[in-house]
Design a protein around this ligand. Structure first.
Ligand code: MG
Length: 377
């Protein structure tokens, strides 16, 4: 039975895939991309997402998004849109669930700190690390390292990449050099990520008290939807008002993305998935909505990501990552045996980066205490 018969001709089909790095028999009861999704869910790196965060560190509160709930929200939004556009839902789901697997503890602060530590050893990019997790670091299967995912899933996970790294990656890096597009599914997962975090960061920002609704009113997109909610439910307040506002914002973004993308796909007259690669980006917001999304992003950057209370945690996080890295590089014997390398500083540094990047927020804090406090074991 063809599980992908309902897809548009320009959607990614298993049968037209560039395949897996190690060939395997086709699954009996699932599509190839369903199998990828299942492998991702069963991986160790996926379970770690529960204790990794973006803006708020895990112990700051139980109700904030973690990378796990963020990834699930991304998958939900991406699948809804994919179904409307007749794209491959299984592929967008696999990409969405895997897109943050390579993130360090402590979100962007952790990533920047690790990149700085690694500057003489080839740097550290979280997208590339996500690919490294699914290609090499997961140790689950007898026949290969990593999860041996389909090319299109791996390509979607590697959403950005420096040119220097792209040149080292062969096939999967080529599109960055040739400036071509990935599948529509990859383009979609990328924007679903943006829709998810812009909205849930507003929600978490309000919940934490670092943002106020009054302050958010300077973003017209928010103010408009908030007023709509108050008109529909006079006297509504608190969590309900916030949730009703945010669900309208997500909905508006999703509908705009579907309509704008549909129009672009139509005018590009796509026939095959390969036409997608040679076309400009086709999964996009309308120009108007693109501007609104940008203003929202800018507001969050200025008012939440750089809020002084967030800065304090960011600063601590940077220090923890840097001190862990320096301690392990100076004394590799402090590392678990699997991470000790005898083949030079370059290889040792990469192993240290893998070890640190794999840590959850709380594990990194505990490891830091174990290394630096005499009475902690
Ligand atoms: Mg993300």
């Amino acid at each position: 039975m063809d599980l992908e018969a309902h897809l548009a001709p320009y959607a990614a089909h298993s049968a037209a895939s560039r395949g897996r790095r190690f060939s395997e028999p086709s699954p009996a009861s699932r599509s190839e991309f369903q199998r990828d999704r299942d492998r991702i869910i069963h991986s160790t790196a996926f379970r770690r997402l529960e204790y990794k965060t973006q803006v708020f560190v895990n112990h700051e509160g139980d109700l904030f998004r973690t990378r796990l709930t963020h990834s699930i929200e991304v998958a939900q939004i991406a699948r809804s849109i994919a179904r409307n556009l007749h794209l491959n839902e299984d592929l967008v789901e696999a990409i969405s669930l895997a897109h943050d697997l390579g993130h360090t503890p402590f979100g962007h602060a952790g990533q920047e700190a690790l990149n700085t530590c690694m500057k003489d050893y080839g740097g550290f990019e979280h997208n590339l690390q996500s690919l490294r997790v699914v290609d090499e670091l997961e140790e689950y299967y007898g026949a290969f390292d990593g999860l041996n995912l389909m090319f299109e899933t791996r390509e979607g996970i590697l959403k950005h990449c420096s040119l220097a790294n792209a040149r080292k990656l062969g096939d999967i890096g080529r599109r960055f050099i040739e400036k071509k597009q990935p599948t529509l599914e990859a383009q979609l997962a990328n924007l679903a990520d943006e829709i998810a975090y812009n909205n849930h960061d507003i929600d978490d920002g309000l919940r934490s008290g670092l943002l106020t609704s009054m302050q958010l009113d300077e973003v017209d997109f928010y103010a408009r939807h908030r007023r709509e909610v108050e008109a529909a439910y006079p006297g509504i307040g608190g969590r309900r008002a916030i949730h009703e506002t945010i669900r309208r914002m997500i909905n508006a973004l999703v509908i705009d993305l579907i309509q704008a993308s549909q129009a672009r796909i139509q005018s590009a007259q796509l026939k095959t998935p390969d036409d997608v690669r040679n076309a400009p980006a086709l999964i996009t917001f309308s120009d108007e909505m693109g501007r609104e999304a940008l203003l929202l992003k800018r507001f969050l950057r200025e008012n939440l990501y750089h809020h002084y209370q967030v800065n304090r945690m960011t600063s601590k996080a940077r220090r923890i990552i840097r001190e862990l890295f320096e301690a392990f590089m100076q004394e590799p014997r402090l590392l678990p045996p699997d991470y000790q390398m005898t083949t030079g500083a370059q290889a040792q540094a990469r192993k240290v980066a893998d070890y640190i990047a794999g840590m959850t927020d709380r594990y990194a804090m505990r490891e830091h205490r174990r290394l630096f406090l005499v009475d902690e074991i």
